[in-house]
Design a protein. Structure first.
Length: 150
């Protein structure tokens, strides 16, 4: 399978953090690590994730229960996602928790936090490979806000 630079990270984040701590100056760090200091645009990341998984955006959008034209605007970068939209896309990608966290990071949004009840439910559902419909029902039954306010 061909590697995709929007997804692959040649240097782990923890390694970059270690390099920051060891750098004698910020200029030195930036110069030595310039190739690794890029976060792809969200639309680049989700498009690359589709390619990596052999998916087409249309199926991801449908499984995410997003409105079709809005979903395509996310993939083209004409719209920016809310946190709930990213979580809905995670269900559309049939993502695990780690991938959902990565999607949130690429969208520059806060990660799922297991101490927050709603986030704990989302983590539980993602981990158990539940559909978005099942997650929405569980959120509703627990009197928590559903994803996207549905």
């Amino acid at each position: 399978m061909k590697k995709d630079s929007a997804i692959d990270t040649p240097v782990k984040t923890s390694r970059l953090l270690s390099r920051i701590f060891k750098a004698s100056s910020m200029d030195q760090f930036l110069e030595n690590n310039a190739d690794y200091l890029h976060i792809p645009a969200f639309q680049e990341y989700i498009s690359a994730l589709c390619r990596q998984r052999g998916e087409v955006p249309e199926r991801v959008i449908k499984r995410a229960t997003l409105e079709r034209s809005f979903g395509h605007q996310l993939f083209t970068g004409r719209r920016n996602p809310s946190r709930d939209t990213v979580l809905m896309l995670a269900f559309g990608f049939e993502a695990d928790v780690e991938t959902a966290q990565e999607l949130l990071k690429m969208a520059r949004l806060s990660s799922l936090y297991p101490r927050a009840k709603r986030d704990a439910v989302v983590i539980y559902c993602l981990h158990r490979k539940m559909s978005i419909a099942e997650a929405q029902i569980m959120l509703h039954d627990l009197n928590l806000p559903t994803l996207g306010g549905i």
